[in-house]
Design a binder for this molecule. Structure first.
Ligand code: NAD
Length: 489
């Protein structure tokens, strides 16, 4: 049998797909089948510099293009993405492993970012006050800032890039994107539709690779701002180095999300949502439910239902009908997950459902795993495992649930299941989390709101999306002007 030749991914610079000069490559593997889909070049810093120069050269024309004209390109882009949802979702499932349903949801969330950015004419409007002193008025105008660098993680190949470049270019910036080297194929497809929508050459560029390209982005003089989404250690590095080089940086990082279930919650609803939040996308979501604290009155019923539902989960290739749980992204992620399960047992947690029993070698599969009797002293509780591993803790009341959650170094999302308005208010006021869900499992905000992690889940001041996104990708001029009375004589 002849071996199938695997193509090398190219870089997209100045409207052309260009072969990287680098001979080092990284395999992009379908995690459900272990098939090698494509090789990603480890592009060099000088290739990044070339892309940044091109983006810099394109900036003058693009930033001078009328805002409604820029917005019209995004409207066309949105239409093309809507027409090709299925194709985009299939690419995501193949390179990332999540189920087709989850992938379709991700495509929809990405499109919502394009829709929001297409409102650029209103979003970019400034403020004015006709009289700030006698005969003096004040007006502010928004302008783009230049070339933006984007660095994205593997877990949302479409949605996370769409948090960045649609808004950045709508505001008049130009862009250099470094997609995750594990899931770079979706961005390649996005380029086709950007071209078809009429985006001028040089406005959006893609340089594939890993840390050399990231360092290039952090060092290049033309890149004025960096949007990063990924793990905490890399986000910290990107934030420190980027700001040290006097760039604007927003770094959205890791998480360990807590959910509290109170005695008055609708149990069936809570269990169903928690199953989705903990095991959907194989737990590889920055908003995944990782720790559930359950009030003692419903604890036993909750555990029984949770276990039964988790055992029923269909695992397999996300392209197959009815599959809910796909693989984790790579062999090392599977090995790491299994290690956490082993360590969890050694730390003294009680294993209620063992995902190792359903682990299989066709792809990087680990079954849903549930631990009870977990404590904040355990690594199982502290670390972002980023896999289908859930910890459950019995608590006496809401206050104890919040106290436990607030010990975490992360503070991305937190959820509460209850029927009590006063508990909702207390939770909102006392929980450390930037995104809160009430009676739902994944409180990921829509594009019009900021993705607003706290503590070690975010470095910077302006988050992605919402008005923060507009602010991050623009700068202002404030004009203070004196107009004396016209001479009517
Ligand atoms: P990662 O940090 O390994 O990679 C993210 C990006 O950084 C990739 O493009 C990668 O090439 C680059 N990178 C990795 N190591 C590097 C290094 N040593 N030097 C320079 N660049 C490097 O993250 P991942 O595994 O792709 O994604 C999962 C992580 O992303 C999880 O921690 C998850 O919580 C986080 N995430 C956070 C959010 C959020 O909104 N807070 C959203 C999605 C994912």
């Amino acid at each position: 049998m002849t071996e199938k030749k695997v193509r090398n991914l190219k870089n997209y610079i100045n409207g052309e797909w260009i072969e990287s000069k680098s001979t080092e490559t990284i395999e992009v593997i379908n995690p459900a089948t272990k098939e090698i889909m494509v090789n990603v070049p480890q592009s060099t810093q000088s290739e990044l510099d070339h892309a940044a120069q091109v983006a810099h050269d394109a900036f003058t024309d693009w930033s001078n293009t009328a805002v409604p004209k820029r917005a019209r390109i995004l409207f066309k882009y949105q239409q093309l993405l809507m027409e090709n949802k299925q194709e985009l979702a299939e690419i995501i499932t193949k390179e990332n492993g999540k189920s087709l349903n989850e992938a379709l949801g991700e495509v929809q969330r990405g499109i919502e970012n394009v829709e929001f950015a297409a409102g650029a004419p209103s979003l970019m409007m400034g403020d004015s006050l006709s009289s700030i002193a006698t005969d003096i008025e004040g007006t502010s105008y928004r302008y783009p800032i230049g070339v933006i660098g984007g660095i994205t993680p593997f877990n949302f190949p479409m949605m996370v890039p769409c948090w960045m470049f649609p808004m950045a270019i709508a505001m008049g910036n130009t862009f250099v994107m470094k997609p995750s080297e594990k899931t770079p194929l979706l961005v390649e497809k996005l380029v086709d539709y950007l071209e078809a929508a009429g985006l001028p050459k040089g406005v959006f560029n893609v340089v594939n690779g890993a840390h050399d390209v990231v360092n290039g982005i952090l060092e290049n003089e033309h890149i004025k701002a960096v949007s990063f989404v990924g793990s905490k250690p890399v986000g910290e590095y990107v934030y420190r180095k980027g700001t040290n080089n006097l760039k604007r940086v927003q770094a959205l990082t890791g998480a360990k999300n807590h959910t509290v279930v109170l005695n008055d919650a609708n149990l069936d609803h809570a269990v169903k949502d928690i199953i989705g939040a903990a095991f959907g996308s194989a737990g590889e979501r920055c908003m995944a439910a990782a720790v559930i604290t359950v009030q003692d009155g419903i604890y036993d019923d909750f555990i029984r239902k949770l276990k039964a539902e988790a055992e029923d989960i269909k695992m397999g290739n996300g392209l197959d009908d009815g599959v809910f749980l796909g693989p984790v992204i790579r062999e090392e992620n599977k090995a790491r997950t299994i290690k956490y399960i082993e360590e969890g047992e050694k730390e003294g947690a009680k294993l209620l459902l063992d995902g190792r029993e359903r682990a299989c070698d066709e792809g990087y599969f680990v079954g849903p795993t549930i631990f009870e009797e977990v404590t904040p002293e355990m690594k199982l509780w502290q670390d972002e495992i980023f896999a289908p591993v859930l910890s459950v803790i019995k608590v006496k009341d809401l206050k104890e649930g919040i106290q436990i959650a607030n010990k975490s170094e992360f503070a991305n999302g937190a959820c509460l299941f209850t029927d009590s308005a006063s508990s909702v208010r207390y939770f909102r006021e006392h929980i450390d989390a930037g995104m809160i869900g009430i009676n739902l499992g994944v409180p990921a905000p829509m594009a019009i709101f900021p993705f607003s992690g706290w503590k070690s889940s975010f470095y910077g001041s302006l988050h992605a999306n919402g008005k923060d996104g507009v602010e991050f990708y623009t700068r202002r001029k404030v004009v203070t002007a004196r107009y004396s009375e016209p001479d009517f004589s």
